[in-house]
Design a protein around this ligand. Structure first.
Ligand code: C2E
Ligand code: CA
Ligand code: CA
Length: 556
């Protein structure tokens, strides 16, 4: 890597403090390097970033962007040599933190701006007490000396806090945090200290206490949170989740202890069964595997998406069993024995977590459209669907890139289906409706994927104009030999309703003939499942179509 970016001073200052983030930019190449703590804390793609200005801008609070843009433009145009502004930037937890960003430009021998370097200092961390909850801050926790032989650290978070915030507003979200802080303070014994880490994360440090004590304390706090009522307390009941780590077994400094406690929270969120867990080797191993996969994925992306490949699963027409449609499903070969098999259910959430799903999503989009352009030449009605993560859907370049790619490959856009899950609909309704309008204007089809698994499936039909409903596999698979009449009635009614409002419908997870026969007359348009075929690589998929004579002669 460029030696301007790789110098000893950068390494030294980059590690100087948790509250200071260091960056240096080679302005001629527009490549910058960010200290490791910046990459970690703000979940940046990597230490070296091309055109970082645009990417960093996405992290900045919308209200603070103009000032930042003005400042940076002045620097890059050579108008000023010093950058000094304060703004909020979004960290890996989705919280905005105040930063003071100072930097200067160094010119080359011809006076041309060549290096831009500086520091960003966290302003909130300088505070001893948190403004909102009046608990001690993370800063205080980091500075605390250990003078005990043993203890536990309890990490407490609010379940689905982001949803609470977006559904009821930030002010209500703040009230939830204050209420929880009060409950914690009033419940813990006087020798335990509560802290607010950030966002909805709280820590209790309990010296000389055992994990049994931690579990009991959790139960007491949890009981009070679940007994709240809107009428009496002004706050509806909410759930908390908690991880408990032991000192010194699980870490001998606060950073390690907090990290391990956060791994517990991560584990609980994924498993979504328990609300509290004690840190175990298994949780540690799961976290380490995730980190290894994340690293290997980044490496694959950097190597021009090496290891990523699209598989295609046929969607069969319910009337005549021909295949005129398919879904693109991503596969990834890690090329690592240690990682072994890794399926989308495991790697997609990791890509979503670090934001790389956006880049990978464009790879998927391009490949799916490229294949659609080939297959459409052989079968005029052949549809190709691909999945779009809610994170990519919110990316401002999503719609323009889709339109451009479709033009580039000259595909019939009415045969390109964008599959979206309910998570997409958590953001701004008007924005989504407008994006849908633009997509429709350009001819694309929209499918609502995994229908029935979220909280608001029917509300979505009411609010949004989609073309296809894909009923989630769990409903179809529920119709097996031991399936109940209730499941049967649910599937039949959903198919009936969708037909009534003229939506196309696809039943997912048709695994055997028994299931197929049970739903055959419900009126689904398409059927997808292992009974017809598993997802196949391009070569196998084309062979499958040829074997069943399905696409060379379905020219209708
Ligand atoms: P999905 O969109 O609901 O895709 C259907 C999943 O069900 C696929 O799993 C498919 O292999 C599997 N499947 C199909 N028929 C059957 C069946 O009869 N029985 C059973 N048990 N399973 C069946 P896959 O490929 O592992 O993908 C899992 C999920 O990962 C997808 O669920 C989708 O949410 C996500 N995903 C896959 N590819 C992409 C992608 O390119 N981008 C994004 N954002 N997400 C993707
Ligand atoms: Ca899908
Ligand atoms: Ca699905």
């Amino acid at each position: 890597m460029d030696n301007i970016l790789d110098n000893v001073l950068f390494n030294a200052f980059g590690n100087a403090s948790e509250n200071i983030f260091v960056y240096v930019c080679d302005m001629k190449k527009d490549i910058s390097r960010w200290s490791k703590n910046t990459v970690d804390y703000f979940a940046l793609e990597e230490e070296y970033i091309h055109k970082a200005g645009e990417k960093w801008l996405q992290r900045i609070h919308p209200n603070d962007r103009n000032e930042y843009i003005k400042d940076i433009e002045n620097i890059f145009s050579g108008k000023t040599q010093n950058h000094n502004c304060q703004y909020r930037a979004q960290n890996k937890y989705g919280d905005y933190v105040w930063l003071e960003c100072k930097g200067s430009v160094i010119t080359d021998e011809n006076g041309v701006p060549s290096i831009f370097a500086g520091l960003m200092t966290r302003l909130d961390n300088q505070l001893k007490y948190d403004n909102l909850t009046h608990l001690k801050t993370a800063h205080e926790l980091q500075n605390k000396n250990f003078n005990v032989n043993s203890g536990i650290l309890i990490h407490i978070g609010v379940q689905r806090f982001k949803v609470i915030n977006s559904e009821h507003g930030v002010l209500y979200g703040n009230m939830v945090l204050v209420t929880l802080a009060n409950i914690i303070s009033n419940t813990i014994p006087s020798d335990c200290i509560p802290y607010r880490l950030q966002g909805d994360e709280f820590i209790i440090f309990a010296e000389n206490k055992t994990t049994e004590f931690g579990l009991q304390l959790f139960n007491k706090i949890n009981e009070q949170c679940s007994a709240l009522t809107l009428a009496k307390d002004g706050i509806a009941a909410f759930s908390i989740i908690s991880g408990i780590v032991k000192y010194p077994q699980d870490g001998t400094d606060f950073s390690t202890l907090i990290n391990n406690a956060e791994h517990c929270a991560e584990h609980l969120k994924e498993a979504s069964t328990d609300q509290v867990t004690i840190f175990t080797e298994k949780i540690n191993a799961a976290h380490n595997r995730k980190s290894k996969i994340a690293q290997a994925l980044t490496e694959s992306i950097r190597n021009n998406f090496n290891g990523f490949e699209l598989f295609f699963q046929p969607i069969v027409n319910n009337d005549n069993s021909t295949v005129v449609s398919c879904e693109a499903l991503l596969r990834w070969n890690s090329h690592s024995d240690e990682i072994g098999n890794c399926y989308p259910g495991e790697f997609i959430p990791i890509l979503e977590n670090n934001g790389s799903i956006v880049q990978v999503g464009y790879f998927v989009m391009k490949e799916a459209i490229r294949m659609a352009s080939i297959w459409q030449k052989k079968c005029k009605k052949f549809k190709v669907s691909f999945n779009v993560s809610y994170i990519q859907f919110e990316d401002s370049k999503f719609v323009p890139t889709l339109i451009k790619t479709a033009e580039e490959y000259k595909v019939d856009t009415s045969l390109i289906v964008i599959e979206l899950t309910e998570s997409v609909f958590a953001s701004d309704t008007i924005m989504i409706q407008n994006t849908f309008k633009t997509l429709k204007k350009h001819g694309f089809m929209i499918a609502l994927d995994d229908f029935g698994t979220g909280n608001s499936s029917f509300m979505l039909l009411h609010n949004y104009n989609v073309d296809i409903i894909k009923l989630d596999q769990t409903f179809i698979r529920g119709l097996n030999q031991s399936g109940s009449e209730v499941d049967y009635a649910i599937v039949e009614s959903i198919a009936f309703l969708c037909n009534k409002i003229n939506y196309l419908t696809v039943a997912e997870g048709v695994e055997d003939k028994y299931l197929w026969m049970r739903i055959k007359d419900f009126g689904f348009t398409g059927l997808q499942g292992y009974l017809f075929s598993k997802p196949l690589c391009v070569k196998e998929f084309e062979a499958f179509l040829r074997k069943y004579d399905m696409y060379y002669d379905t020219n209708k």
